[in-house]
Write a protein that binds this ligand. Structure first.
Ligand SMILES: [Zn+2]
Length: 143
């Protein structure tokens, strides 16, 4: 990893440059001054997804889900806990495939929940089906 990392603010979408050594010191956004890591998955939409995909130097893991999906609801608390464990080395996000159907189509999401791990803007791994917190963390770290 280089000396500094670009991070997209989950609140105002500003691109921040953070010294890598300071990643785990709860860095704040230079623009809106809110924390860059909330311990919660960032809700991404069609308009914010590409920005987070292209401008985060850290890997991005996305939960593609829908409100009517039982297994998604079951996995949601585990995903939140996994987010707290994976930050700040991974950006954790969610996409509601009901409201953001274009993203579901773009990534050919056939079943939900589906987790996709992106690195440098490219998909490096994908996993369908509900997972426990331990499984999520293990799966992300394995890649
Ligand atoms: Zn901000």
């Amino acid at each position: 990893m280089s000396d500094s990392s670009h991070l997209v603010c989950p609140h105002c979408q500003a691109i921040n440059r953070v010294p890598t050594a300071r990643l785990d010191q709860k860095p704040n956004c230079g623009q809106c001054h809110r924390t860059l890591f909330t311990g919660h998955p960032v809700e991404l939409t069609t308009s914010t997804f590409a920005r987070h995909l292209d401008h985060n130097d850290i890997p991005l893991v996305v939960d593609f889900w829908a409100p009517w999906c039982g297994p998604c609801k079951m996995m949601a608390p585990a995903f939140v806990q996994a987010a707290a464990m994976l930050e700040p080395l991974v950006r954790v996000a969610k996409v509601n495939t009901d409201t953001e159907q274009a993203l579901g189509t773009q990534y050919s999401i056939r079943s939900i929940p589906t987790l996709i791990l992106f690195k440098d803007g490219h998909e490096v791994a994908r996993q369908a089906g509900a997972m426990t917190k331990q499984d999520i963390v293990r799966w992300v770290r394995a890649h």
